[in-house]
Design a protein around this ligand. Sequence first.
Ligand SMILES: [Zn+2]
Length: 267
Amino acid sequence: MAQCEYCGRNINFLSKKYYVYPAKMKGSLEITQATIICKDCISKYLTGSDKSEFDKRSNIAILIVKKDFKEALKVLESVFDKENEADWYSKGNILLNLGDAGEALECYDEALFLDTHYIKAWYRKGHVLFCMMKFMDSAKCFENVVELEGGGNTGRKLTGWGFPALFCCMIAWISANNELVNKGKPSKEVYATTGMWVDKCHSLLTRPLPVYEDERGNLKYVTLVSPELNETQFVDYCVANFHKILDEIEPSVVAEFKSLEDFEKEH
Ligand SMILES: [Zn+2]
């Protein structure tokens, strides 16, 4: 019989088990194994079902779309639950939009401390670290996204976070490699890792990809980079057009809150 790792009670074999992924240490870049917990414990740490709170949280997403980040932060703080990773994630996104990357990073770390399988938080953290020029840590965050999204398997639909993470991972490794070369300290290991990600991205981005889904759920194919480019030209093109390519493939930012139902769908 399984035991809840939070409250210690036995979980009857007919009851549902829940899997959560807390980190061992705040700020760690590691993905952790599942911790099994019972329904009572999972309910405690997910967003409450209180109606007025639900309305407030829905309003946060609207305020973010309207780019009223100050008001969004105020509303979020009025319902904020520090045991809820989605609140930390939303707060991080809002702070990032208000130009406070340092505090945003702390929020993503709090989210990932609660859940090392929080794909979007890894993705955002990867971007913040990239902007802070911490390229290798940034690359590790993007690698985590790719791993959690199924290894960048090209057989899957390329909507979601795995594909943009694959691309960002390549850019982060290229930047890490360039930085070392500029300092006169080239590393064979970094060069080889960079090459591996360039190979993956080159073969993917130069062919028609099912990147978009229209309203009816049909896939739309897009070729992001001309197949005529060799790998060196490809790298130059990707670095020069980093944001343009990312705009095409990155899901848009919204606040989120998780209900038990969402949680069950995801895990
Ligand atoms: Zn429990």
